[in-house]
Design a protein around this ligand. Sequence first.
Ligand code: HEM
Length: 144
Amino acid sequence: MKWLVLFHVLGATVWAGGHLILSIGFLPAALRTKNLSIIQHFEKHYERVGIPALLVQVVTGFWMALIYVPFSYWFSLATHHHVLLWIKIGLLLGTIGLAVHARLFIIPKLTTEKLSLLALHIILATVLAVSFVVTGLSFRFVYP
Ligand code: HEM
């Protein structure tokens, strides 16, 4: 379990950290100067690390969740760990939904006009990423 937590925390630093840097460090300048390339440049370099990090989160996350709650007991909200597990699954579906929407409807025909919609996407993805961290820490620190 220790190495699962280690990889999960490393993945979390890349996923949540990367989105916080994009939202706080790059997005304001892109919005101020209406310069899409500021975000495209960041994404081009971040994606190569971000997507594998998300995959690590999914694999290690579900593995740890199975240690906390055996699969046959998943379909109930009997304990706090059940609730935290379903919050994590909800956050994951939200993250995938945002990514698919951006891929299909924003990035293909990205223009400066769509900058505010892209900004909303980035901020929502960052809120979901930070919520993952808070929910994850709750497994051990709020409801041990
Ligand atoms: C990008 C997505 C995710 C991020 C950023 C994230 C972040 C975190 C963080 C920071 C922790 C606290 C680790 C610690 O206790 O030191 C954690 C714990 C945990 N996460 Fe995630 N997580 C993500 C996805 C998932 C997914 C998809 C699941 C699967 C349901 C999951 C299940 C868990 C579990 C079971 C723990 C408790 C592990 C423990 O500390 O004992 N996580 N997560």
